[in-house]
Ligand binder design. Structure first.
Ligand SMILES: [Zn+2]
Length: 226
């Protein structure tokens, strides 16, 4: 009987222990640490536990490393530029790809993001230039054509007749909707509109395609059929 009584009386203690633990997790010994955790935790895919771990990691680093880290992040908002031609991130007015005279400037590969340019560049199979939309048409997320770099693409094609446009967008509904919208806008301006070859085990997202497959999809691109 005594054991049973002890078990019952232990329950409130256990719940109190977890309550205290939860309080401790939500309470920070320093406002500075709390703000750092909240800033790190605001990044996509970083939960509060990871944010705390990363903040504590930074705390253990030499001050100069932390300053270097902070300066690199700060520069993202202050010093980054977008190429006036293709909308790629760069350090000046024009990106290295647009400035490269060895590349085929009449072949323009239209992609959703900077990351897609980097994926395609990594294949080493594409020698044209790019146009970064800066997103994809997504009514669910409230992103319409006016939010993307579509008008600059139209202007670019008006100034550069005879270009081929490769629509290298994801194979999901939003990607196809964007491709169809773009096709209607540019088919009268571009000499040719093509799209990535599919059916090569190519994933929905350019990001997840392996380099060899992505390279082949561009080399074997097909005429866009709306
Ligand atoms: Zn550029």
């Amino acid at each position: 009987m005594q054991i049973a009584a002890a078990k019952i009386s232990a329950r409130p203690d256990i719940s109190k222990f977890f309550l205290n633990l939860r309080l401790q997790m939500n309470e920070y010994p320093s406002k500075v640490l709390q703000e750092a955790v909240e800033a790190i935790g605001s990044l996509p895919g970083v939960g509060s536990r990871s944010a705390l771990r990363l903040a504590l990691h930074l705390l253990r680093q030499p001050a100069e490393n932390v300053h270097h880290f902070a300066a690199a992040v700060d520069a993202l908002s202050d010093k980054i530029h977008y190429c006036k031609t293709c909308n790629m991130v760069c350090d000046g007015q024009t990106c290295g790809i647009c400035a490269d005279t060895r590349r085929a400037h009449t072949t323009i590969c239209v992609v959703e993001s900077v990351r897609d340019v980097m994926s395609i560049e990594a294949t080493g199979q594409y020698h044209g230039v790019y146009h970064v939309l800066g997103g994809i048409i997504s009514p669910i997320n409230g992103i319409g054509p006016a939010d993307l770099s579509i008008e600059p693409l139209v202007e670019r094609l008006q100034n550069q007749p005879g270009a081929e446009v490769i629509l290298a967008l994801s194979g999901d509904v939003e990607g196809e909707t964007t491709a169809f919208y773009l096709y209607r806008k540019i088919s009268g301006l571009a000499a040719k509109v093509s799209t990535l070859a599919r059916g090569l085990g190519f994933g929905d997202d350019l990001e997840y395609a392996d380099s060899l497959t992505l390279g082949r999809s561009i080399v074997n691109r097909q005429e866009f059929k709306p």
